[in-house]
Design a protein. Structure first.
Length: 369
């Protein structure tokens, strides 16, 4: 019993303090601002002026910075979450849209009209590489859990796979018509793509780089978010004013939730309890209770034309080893972590610990208990 109780609290011991509170960062395209929502109170705590027509948003895993693509300014605004002010403005390609920040060291930015991906070094907030992704305009982007592959949706019917070791396209996968949003399961086994003109979601098997399922959803699916446990995928349907919930075991729609007007961006809280949806035509954000699959409370007013395309809530999870089966368990032993990351020093760095001792101490304490 003592071990069980300790296991339930172990996640808190291993989570850096900065990961325990999450804000939702909503890009308001027509207000040129970002609304900061305190997810504890579901109220707007700050409004940050950024560039022209902010669209995509990604939060650094430690919560210290937020990266916002400014579609008509051809820039990325870097906001300091401690001050809620822009700390840097980075020129990128023409019409940046999707953005992904996988591990705290790099940010991948889609440049729609130049058919490229800009790679930002988060230490210097400068461009470290520019990757061509011809021949069609890219839109959305997501990175697999180990950071080895980047998935880019391209109009009108494909997904490009970038090998991050070489910064080159290693595969092109046909999907449905006009793919937009993209999200990867936490275990890296599947990628979910919204096809806005097909009213479908394509499921890519990452082992084969082929579509393993095509799921009918609502009209004009756009945003996509995967639950932290990987069991559900949430899809916004712009013209149906609904959110489709996909069961990832069967890859079928398990329920459809009525939502606000023209839902676009969507993200899940790290504990999996709530889903936040940006409603473009209502200038609001809805909050969905995942236990009941219903919208709770009143919609949260934000700026004009909220888009919030990307993972707009900090997603670094409490991670630990040696306690398989827990809802937020990393699911591997210390030795497996060493194998996966190429040594315990690398594992500690990748999982957000200052050193190997900090990684191992709670595990040893759990075993001793």
């Amino acid at each position: 019993m003592q071990k069980l109780v300790f296991a339930l609290t172990l996640a808190c011991l291993l989570a850096p303090a900065s990961t325990r509170a999450q804000n939702a960062y909503i890009t308001n395209a027509n207000s040129n601002t970002v609304s900061v929502i305190d997810t504890a109170t579901n109220t707007v705590s700050a409004t940050i002026p950024v560039g022209l027509s902010p669209t995509g948003v990604a939060v650094k895993p430690d919560g210290s910075k937020v990266y916002v693509t400014n579609y008509f300014a051809d820039t990325v605004s870097v906001t300091d979450s401690a001050t809620n002010m822009v700390s840097a403005t980075i020129p990128v390609g023409v019409h940046p849209a999707g953005v992904a920040e996988p591990d705290g060291s790099k940010v991948y930015v889609i440049n729609m009209f130049t058919h490229t991906v800009s790679v930002i070094d988060t230490t210097t907030d400068t461009i470290s590489a520019t990757i061509p992704v011809p021949p069609l305009p890219p839109w959305g982007v997501a990175v697999n859990p180990d950071g080895s592959r980047v998935y880019v949706t391209q109009e009108f019917d494909a997904v490009s796979v970038i090998d991050t070791a070489t910064n080159t396209v290693s595969a092109t996968i046909p999907v449905g018509p006009v793919p937009q949003g993209v999200a990867v399961k936490p275990d890296g086994s599947k990628v979910y793509i919204t096809n806005i003109n097909g009213n479908t979601v394509s499921v890519i098997d990452t082992a084969t780089n082929m579509v393993s399922a095509t799921i009918p959803v609502g009209f004009a699916p756009f945003g996509v978010a995967v639950s932290p446990d990987g069991r559900k995928v949430y899809i916004t349907n712009i013209n149906s004013n609904t959110v489709s919930v996909i069961d990832t075991t069967t890859d079928t729609v398990s329920t459809t939730i009525p939502d606000g007007l023209a839902p676009l961006g969507i993200a899940v809280k790290p504990d999996g309890s709530k889903v936040y949806v940006a409603n473009r035509s209502a200038n609001t954000v809805s909050v969905i209770d995942t236990a009941t699959n219903t919208v709770i409370g009143s919609p949260i007013p934000v700026g004009n034309n909220p888009v919030a395309f990307g993972v707009f809530i900090q997603q670094q999870q409490p991670r630990f080893a040696g306690v398989p089966g827990s809802a937020n368990c990393h699911g591997t032993s210390v030795s497996a972590l060493a194998t996966k990351f190429g040594g315990l020093n690398a594992a500690a760095a990748a999982l957000g610990f200052p050193n190997v001792k900090a990684l191992k101490d709670p595990i040893q304490a759990w075993r001793a208990g």
